[in-house]
Design a protein. Structure first.
Length: 196
């Protein structure tokens, strides 16, 4: 497992991304309500004014994080709705969603640790609506309930896997591939029955 100090080191990259990374870590550790912009600025080793240049509020930071994830989700939903409702389409939705979730571990950790806050913020409702739209693409309303559950579970496997397995010491891409394989198996089973 990584040490506390190494988990806090932000990814290299632009200031906006560094702010998002640090803020999500602090929100997950301390709670959204208990984290101030001043603490985020201190962790980044910048002035509050420098932070304020990029984001005026904590909610602005969260909105930007969710927007980074929901833009590819919106594109995927639009694509999925335009496709035939087949196994191949559903498998491709799962593959593309897996790609969209790369780097979203901190967001899922934040969401898990701050469920009440997420429910109250508009970004939480917006994310929920998108997940429901993806589930509508994944499910066949006439399919047996167990098969509908398998398709729903494929999406939740990806969410839970990215959160629950983030501390496992192995290659993040290998983790993503393992999570994807399980999700694809669930969707395939919903259409072809369990493997014997």
């Amino acid at each position: 497992m990584t040490s506390e100090s190494s988990t806090r080191s932000p990814r290299r990259g632009n200031t906006r991304q560094r702010i998002q990374d640090i803020a999500l870590e602090l929100f997950a550790e301390q709670g959204y309500e208990k984290t101030s912009l001043r603490e985020i600025a201190e962790q980044l080793e910048v002035t509050k004014a420098a932070l304020y240049y990029h984001f005026k509020t904590k909610e602005d930071i969260l909105i930007s994080v969710f927007e980074d994830l929901t833009k590819p989700m919106d594109e995927l939903i639009e694509w999925g709705k335009a496709q035939p409702h087949t196994l191949e389409t559903k498998l491709e939705v799962v593959r593309r969603y897996s790609e969209a979730l790369i780097g979203a571990e901190r967001l899922f950790r934040f969401m898990q640790e701050n469920q009440a806050t997420v429910r109250e913020l508009t970004v939480g409702l917006s994310f929920k609506d998108r997940v429901i739209a993806l589930m509508d693409i994944m499910r066949d309303k006439d399919a047996p309930l167990t098969d509908q559950v398998r398709c729903f579970s494929a999406l939740f496997t990806m969410h839970a896997g990215h959160f629950a397995l983030q501390d496992i010491e192995n290659d993040p891409e290998e983790r993503r591939k393992a999570i994807l394989e399980v999700a694809l198996d669930l969707v395939t089973q919903a259409h072809t029955g369990p493997k014997s």
